[in-house]
Design a binder for this molecule. Structure first.
Ligand code: ADP
Ligand code: MG
Length: 607
């Protein structure tokens, strides 16, 4: 066995294994260098997903002939002038990217320092470097990489299709672009532009929101809440989407620490915690959060790819995220995202070739009153189907319309964002009129949310308001179920429901939560007994509050399928307006849809 020092080309290829995982990582490193060089404009070209060709051009500081030659040496960097690893403010610091990329590809670097006589070019092929020669370039730096991984065929085999690699590259660029709205970006292949982001204008925060909107799409800016919080020198800013603007995966969640895009389990966990009350487990909010933290409270030197960081005080950062996000979501009150009404309007656009729908869908909707989709779609089609007398009769009975009339009628006022109730349809939907539109509320979903929020608040403050029954009500059930309920009597009392065991196999109910209104006591107690059989016994009912309050709301007076008078409807609307998080139900579905008159007019071709 002979021990020997490896030649630098081999050392660089080993490093490349970690630094340059795929074309996207090479692009990320080059764009980071351009940002560190103070560029205001960065242009990227990608061919075949970056496999045969990629280039990054910038208008940054540029490099002299000597710099070019040095930059491709291993561990050569201009970014650690004092060798101070505790205080890193640039994206790069390891001096590894250029030699790594150059060792596995054919790379040329052309660069010009401002006011210098000429530009210089240097080339590397499989790590062999040429002498710098004069070249033509007006300013900044252009780096071209051909045949990436030609020198490491094993890696080449693991590349995915050009389309996939291209998507990875775009993702890496977008992440960097989000944190740098003052830089213009373009990405293209030879034929077309894939991304074009102009330099965002205005003050930093509005510039950043513009940039986020351009990248996230989904009407993000219109449906995002600003975040701005500080704790012990750590600053958290950015925008988070309303819960009703959600997706099936977390691809549109972006986190940055000191301008560096990071993927951090701790931070994503904090986000999940903050949204837990408002979204089903499988749904994910859209957001971009920026943490600015003193560089000595942070370790960025964790991995060669620099996408992981370590915080000196991780708990502090987590706590800051959870509290800032919860606070912003609470401030949002009853707001649901505009995408909800866009979807509704989309569903209402006239369809052709529609089939008659009454038999199937009205019956179905009435049996599933809490169902998220109102069937506007079907309703719209119904109006286009010629009505025979049969179906007219059917319509009369199926559409149970409760008009608000007589002394109950109220004037519409701009003070009430959810408007004034005008009618109740299907004993489930409240239709309200606003200054400039219509609001349709799913009374059951809304009430469920109100009960939940009310209980949460009551538990935190001075308890949940109860109302005593004039005559206590006895509920009979099987012995095991009665025992289960009786065992939780203390906890239920805290939730506003006062019960006692009543002999064997019976419970007597003395007080109920005031929020529920008039209530079907028999049904509620039996359902609660079933719930308790399934509930996690290790958890208190408070910890399972969303579930318990949902069951309670189901038996309250505003449940679906119950006729409400005008006062009751308006009371519900007013309550929603002042209750945090009332724009979505416990699973992130909207509790109401707002349609603007302007949009409705468009539907009818009046605009
Ligand atoms: P690092 O970024 O960690 O310093 P790199 O290998 O990526 O290491 O780059 C080495 C050096 O080359 C940088 O420190 C910088 O001085 C110089 N450099 C690289 N890219 C550019 C660029 N686009 N414009 C100006 N200088 C650059
Ligand atoms: Mg670098």
């Amino acid at each position: 066995m002979t021990i020997r020092l490896l030649p630098s080309t081999t050392v660089n290829r080993i490093a490349a294994g970690e630094v340059v995982e795929r074309p996207a990582s090479a692009i990320k490193e080059l764009v980071e260098n351009s940002i560190d060089a103070g560029a205001k404009r960065i242009d990227v070209i990608i061919r075949d997903g970056g496999r045969t060709f990629l280039s990054v051009s910038d208008d940054g500081s540029g490099m002299s002939a000597e710099d070019l030659s040095l930059a491709v040496e291993r561990h050569a960097t201009s970014k650690l002038p004092n060798d101070d690893l505790e205080n890193i403010r640039t994206l790069g610091f390891r001096g590894e990217a250029l030699p790594s990329i150059g060792s596995v590809s054919r790379m040329t670097m052309t660069s010009r320092v401002q006011d210098s006589e000429s530009a210089w070019m240097i080339s590397l092929e499989g790590g062999e470097k040429s002498e710098p020669i004069p070249a033509a370039l007006s300013h900044g730096t252009t780096i071209e990489v051909r045949d990436l991984f030609y020198a490491t065929p094993a890696r080449l085999k693991f590349l995915k299709s050009p389309k996939t690699e291209n998507a990875h590259a775009l993702d890496a660029i977008k992440r960097l672009a989000m944190a740098h709205p003052d830089i213009a970006f373009t990405v293209g292949d030879t034929a077309r532009t894939m991304l074009k982001l102009p330099q965002a204008q205005g003050d930093f925060l509005s510039a950043r929101l513009d940039r986020l909107d351009a990248i996230m799409g989904n009407a993000f800016a219109a449906n995002a809440l600003p975040i701005d919080a500080e704790r012990e020198g750590i600053h958290l800013s950015g925008h988070i989407g309303l819960p009703t603007l959600n997706r099936g995966n977390a691809a549109l969640q972006f986190l940055f620490v000191n301008g560096r895009p990071v993927k951090d389990k701790l931070l994503f966990g904090a986000v999940r915690g903050a949204y837990r009350d408002f979204l089903a487990h499988s749904r994910h909010p859209l957001l971009a959060l920026f943490i600015d933290i003193p560089s000595d409270s942070l370790d960025v030197n964790v991995h060669p790819a620099k996408t992981e960081v370590r915080f000196k005080d991780a708990g502090l950062v987590r706590g800051l995220i959870v509290s800032a996000l919860r606070h912003a979501l609470a401030e949002a009150g009853h707001r649901a995202s505009t995408t909800v009404s866009d979807q509704a309007l989309g569903a209402m656009r006239p369809h052709t070739g529609a089939t008659p729908m009454y038999q199937a869908s009205y019956g179905g909707n009435q049996n599933r009153p809490g169902a998220p989709s109102f069937g506007l779609h079907e309703a719209a089609r119904a109006f286009q189907t010629p009505l025979g007398t049969d179906s007219l009769n059917h319509l009369d009975t199926a559409l149970s319309v409760q008009h608000v009339s007589g002394k109950n009628i109220q004037e519409v006022s701009g003070d009430w964002p959810l408007g004034v109730a005008r009618a109740q349809l299907h004993e489930t939907y409240i239709v309200a009129q606003t200054d400039d539109g219509i609001v349709i509320v799913d009374q059951h979903a809304a009430h469920e949310r109100l009960v939940y929020e009310d209980m949460k608040k009551g538990l935190e403050e001075d308890g949940i308001k109860r109302q005593g029954l004039l005559i206590p009500e006895v509920v009979e059930m099987d012995e095991a179920a009665a025992d289960r309920i009786a065992a939780r009597a203390d906890e239920l009392a805290e939730l506003g429901l006062v019960i006692e065991a009543f002999g064997t196999g019976a419970i007597v109910v003395r007080e109920t939560p005031a929020m529920l209104g008039e209530i079907d006591i028999q049904g509620l107690i039996k359902d609660l007994a079933d719930d308790l059989a399934e509930c996690d016994e290790a958890l208190s009912l408070k910890e399972q509050l969303a579930h318990v309050s949902g069951t309670m709301a189901c038996h309250g007076s505003v449940r679906a399928g119950r006729r409400l008078n005008g006062d009751e409807m308006n009371a519900l609307l007013r309550q929603m307006e002042i209750t945090p998080h009332s724009g979505q139900c416990n699973h992130g579905r909207p509790t109401y849809v707002e349609l603007k008159l302007a949009d409705i007019e468009k539907l009818f071709g009046r605009r």
